[in-house]
Design a binder for this molecule. Structure first.
Ligand code: CTP
Length: 424
C-alpha cells in the first residue's frame, strides 16, 4: 500500500484545496492530511484564521478524500509523522517548491501545481476589514500599529477626535483619562480595547460596561499577558489538579525607573506602580482563585504623595482556602517571577513571567518535573488584537479576561486611591 501525506491550514476550504487533495490521493492508496493547528500557524505568521482547528478538520473530513486526519502542532513534526506512519510520498502545492526537499531523505517529495486564482487569504480579504484607530500617546500606539500589521482582517486607520472612519479604538491614555476617552468612543458607537486599568472606580466600570452592552459594543482590556499561549496553558495546568489544590499565588512585577517622572517604556506615559503593574500582577490571582477574596491588605511605599505615586506596593489577599500576594514596583527591584503553590507541586514561571513563553511544573521528586515551551510573538499583543477582532465578530466578550476579573482589578485600584492602604 502506498501512503501519501500532505499538510495545510485549509481555512475556508475552497476548490484549490479540494483539487490538491484529489491529486494527492491519486498518487497512492491511503491519504493522511495534516491540518495545521492554530498555535503552530501563529508561529508562521498565519494569524487570525477564520475557522478553528476543529472546523477546518471537519471541512477536510467532509471532502471524503482523507483516510486519516491529524493535527500539525510543532516544527519538525513532518519527519516524525513520515516515520511513524510509514509514509511513501509527501505531496504539497507548488507554492512550496523546494521548501521540503529535505524530506527526500525520508520519502518521495512531490510538488503539485497550485490552482490559479484562489486562496484562503483572498477569501479572508473579501470579508470586510475591521478598522482600528488609536487614542493616546505615541509609545504604545506605534507598537500597537505594528502588531495590527500581523493580523489578517484588521487594519489601522488614523482618526481624529471624532473617531471618524474606524470601527474600533485602542485607548492608551493615562488611566485617569480612560473614563472620558472610553465613554466618548462608546457614545460614538466604537468598540474599545483599553490599556489597564480600564478605569479607577467600580461605579464607572459598571457604567461603561452597561453602556457598551446597550450599544452592542465590545469593551476589552489590553493585558497582553492574558493572551499569550504559555499563560493560558499555565492556567489550564494549574486548574487541572496536576499540582493539587492551589494554596498560594505569588506574582511580582517590577521595572526600576531612574526617576519617578520617567514615562513607562511601553506606554510612554507616567504611571505609578499600581497602575503600571497592578493589573498584570493581579491577573493570575483573580483567574486562579476567583474574585471573591475574604480580605485584602495593601501596603505601599509612597514616593510622591501629591501624585499618589507608589514606588512599591504589596497586596495580600486572603481567600477561604488560599492566599495570594502581588508585589509591584517602579521604585524598587525584585525577581519578576510567578509561583503557584499547590498541595502536590508548584508551577514556576521565571522572570519576566508576564512575557512568558515558558513555565515549569515542579514536584518533590525532580524526575517528575515538566517544562512547557510555547511560541510568543509580539509580546502577546497580536494575539490580543486577534481576540478583540474575534469578539467583535461574534458579538461576545472574549474569555481571556472575564469582565469580573477586570472589575476586581478596578476595585483594588479604587481602594488604593481611596486610601485603604498601610504606608511604610
Ligand atoms: N493549494 C492549491 N491551490 C490553491 C490554494 C492552495 O493547490 N489555490 C494547496 C497548497 O499548496 C497546500 C494546500 O492546498 O498544499 C493547503 O493550502 P493552504 O495554505 O491551507 O491554503 P491557501 O489557500 O494557500 O492559504 P493562504 O492563502 O492562507 O496561503
Amino acid at each position: 500500500m502506498i501512503k501519501v501525506i500532505t499538510y495545510g491550514t485549509y481555512d475556508l476550504l475552497h476548490y484549490g484545496h479540494i483539487r490538491l487533495l484529489e491529486r494527492a490521493k491519486a498518487l497512492g492508496d491511503y491519504l493522511i492530511v495534516g491540518v495545521t493547528s492554530d498555535d503552530y500557524d501563529k508561529t508562521r505568521g498565519k494569524i487570525n484564521n477564520q475557522q478553528s482547528l476543529m472546523e477546518r478538520v471537519a471541512a477536510v473530513k467532509a471532502t471524503g478524500l482523507a483516510d486519516e486526519i491529524i493535527a500539525e502542532e510543532y516544527e519538525g513534526q513532518k519527519i516524525d509523522d513520515i516515520r511513524r506512519y510509514g509514509v511513501d510520498i509527501f505531496a504539497i502545492g507548488s507554492d512550496w517548491t523546494g521548501k521540503f526537499d529535505y524530506l527526500n531523505e525520508f520519502c518521495k517529495v512531490i510538488y503539485l501545481p497550485r490552482t490559479e486564482g484562489i486562496s484562503s487569504s483572498e477569501l479572508r480579504a473579501e470579508k470586510r476589514k475591521l478598522t482600528v484607530g488609536t487614542v493616546g500617546s505615541l509609545g504604545s500606539i506605534n507598537k500597537f500599529i505594528k502588531e495590527v500589521g500581523f493580523v489578517n482582517g484588521v487594519e489601522y486607520r488614523e482618526c481624529g477626535s471624532e473617531l471618524e472612519g474606524v470601527d474600533a479604538v485602542y485607548v492608551a491614555t493615562h488611566p485617569e483619562k480612560h473614563y472620558e476617552d472610553i465613554s466618548h468612543a462608546l457614545e460614538l458607537g466604537k468598540h474599545v480595547i483599553s490599556e489597564s486599568p480600564i478605569v479607577l472606580r467600580r461605579d464607572r466600570f459598571d457604567e461603561l460596561t452597561k453602556l457598551a452592552k446597550e450599544k452592542g459594543l465590545i469593551l476589552s482590556e489590553a493585558i497582553k499577558t492574558a493572551y499569550s499561549t504559555a499563560y493560558s496553558r499555565l492556567l489550564v495546568v494549574a486548574k487541572s489538579g496536576r499540582i493539587g489544590d492551589i494554596v498560594s499565588v505569588d506574582a511580582t512585577c517590577t521595572s526600576l525607573a531612574s526617576r519617578i517622572d520617567e514615562p513607562d517604556t511601553d506606554l510612554g506615559i507616567i504611571q505609578n506602580s499600581i497602575c503600571a503593574w497592578g493589573p498584570t500582577a493581579m491577573l493570575p490571582v483573580f483567574q486562579l482563585l476567583g474574585t471573591e477574596y475574604r480580605e485584602k491588605h495593601i501596603v505601599s511605599r509612597i514616593v510622591d504623595a501629591e501624585n499618589r505615586f507608589d514606588g512599591f506596593t504589596k497586596i495580600d489577599f486572603i481567600y477561604d482556602h488560599a492566599v495570594a500576594s502581588v508585589k509591584v514596583a517602579k521604585g524598587a527591584k525584585s525577581e519578576g517571577e510567578l509561583i503557584i503553590t499547590g498541595t502536590k507541586g508548584y508551577i514556576y514561571v521565571p522572570a519576566p513571567w508576564w512575557i512568558t513563553d515558558y513555565f515549569e511544573v515542579r514536584f518533590e521528586n525532580p524526575a517528575e518535573n515538566k517544562r512547557h515551551f510555547y511560541q510568543l510573538d509580539g509580546d502577546g499583543i497580536r494575539y490580543e488584537i486577534v481576540a478583540f477582532a474575534k469578539s467583535i465578530e461574534s458579538g461576545r466578550h472574549d474569555f481571556y479576561i472575564p469582565e469580573k476579573v477586570s472589575r476586581a482589578i478596578v476595585g483594588v485600584i479604587e481602594d488604593y486611591y481611596g486610601g485603604q492602604i498601610t504606608l511604610i
